[in-house]
Ligand binder design. Structure first.
Ligand code: HEM
Length: 309
């Protein structure tokens, strides 16, 4: 069975619950359909249609976006009218903030479909690479398993202290994200003429930043093509060196969900390695293919999971 769709379903449940707690069950099916609508849209096609043509894929995406918003609207209204805003991300958005004041209903409804899919779309791409690397580096997987033995048996009682103790597991997740950044190409438009090292960028130019190549630059990362989670233990300052680690982007539009993503991926890695030995199925067929549409991802990833004693 293919691994990533299973992981994505699990991460979707976590992500949607993080955003909507007791209303998650209502919204989860809409979130899954919205994800599929976006996937269909990103599939490579023989033709590039102008943006204004309502192709069936675009029409389907719009319908799913509207369906999600229609399901969310009564929840927002109920929470606002009852005054019980909720102890979750939606609850936070319904509180007035010093920066944005009180958000209008439309602002909340426009923002949340994208954020909802973001909680599991890119994390599941990252998870595919993590599970593949656990299979390919059994010694690293053993080290993660040993660390994970310190986690409580009941996952619901896991605290941030437990999470902070998973040093090697966090380093492994970072190393996978360095070698396989799901967002492998970032796009910026220069709003004014800008000098960048020896280059003059004209206003209005599009600038492409490639985390994939930056992460494999030997000036920043020793033996950059090698899988070495230890590098993040030896040099914990590296992730904060500007430009050295770009998996979550950087600057004012860097990833808003980096902490959530690291938490989900670290716990997923720890629990999986603790319970299973992963391996690639034997045989001449590769256990996966690579796609770059919508992000650097494994497709058709198949792994064998053998329970650890
Ligand atoms: C491994 C998982 C993830 C990766 C690799 C990732 C990566 C990124 C990157 C590279 C950007 C910046 C894009 C750019 O500069 O053009 C970004 C932006 C963003 N991410 Fe993530 N992300 C992940 C998970 C999440 C999660 C779990 C959320 C949940 C809320 C999230 C929400 C966002 C949002 C809202 C932005 C837009 C920020 C802005 O434009 O101000 N991401 N992400």
């Amino acid at each position: 069975m293919e691994v990533v769709p299973l992981v994505r379903d699990a991460l979707a449940e976590i992500g949607v619950r993080y955003l909507f707690s007791q209303d998650a069950a209502t919204l989860l099916p809409f979130a899954s359909r919205l994800f599929w609508a976006r996937e269909v849209l990103e599939r490579p096609s023989r033709w590039v249609w102008p943006r204004w043509i309502p192709t069936p894929a675009r029409h389907f995406r719009t319908r799913q976006q509207v369906a999600f918003t229609d399901a969310l609207r009564p929840i927002v209204r109920r929470r606002r009218s009852s005054g019980r805003l909720g102890d979750d991300m939606l609850g936070q958005m319904l509180q007035p903030s010093s920066r944005y004041g009180l958000l209008s209903e439309e602002a909340v409804l426009d923002t949340l479909p994208g954020i909802t899919v973001a909680t599991f779309e890119t994390p599941s791409r990252a998870a595919g690479w993590i599970l593949l690397d656990l299979a390919r580096h059994p010694q690293a997987a053993d080290r993660v398993a040993a660390e994970a033995a310190l986690l409580p048996t009941d996952p619901a009682t896991t605290t941030s202290t437990h999470l902070d103790s998973l040093h090697y597991t966090q380093a492994l997740v970072r190393e996978v994200l360095r070698l396989h950044p799901p967002s492998w190409l970032l796009v910026r438009r220069a709003t004014r003429p800008t000098q960048l090292a020896d280059y003059t960028i004209d206003a209005g130019s599009t600038v492409l930043v490639c985390p994939y190549t930056a992460h494999r630059d030997a000036r920043e990362h020793r033996e950059p093509d090698q899988f070495q989670p230890e590098r993040w233990l030896e040099d914990p300052g590296s992730p904060t060196k500007p430009g050295a680690f770009l998996s979550f982007g950087t600057g004012p539009h860097g990833c808003e969900g980096a902490a959530l993503a690291m938490t989900m991926l670290t716990l997923l890695t720890a629990h999986t390695a603790h319970r299973y030995h992963l391996s690639e199925p034997p045989g001449p067929q590769p256990s996966y293919q690579v796609t770059t549409f919508g992000g650097l991802a494994t497709t058709g990833l198949h792994l064998r999971a053998t329970p650890r004693n």
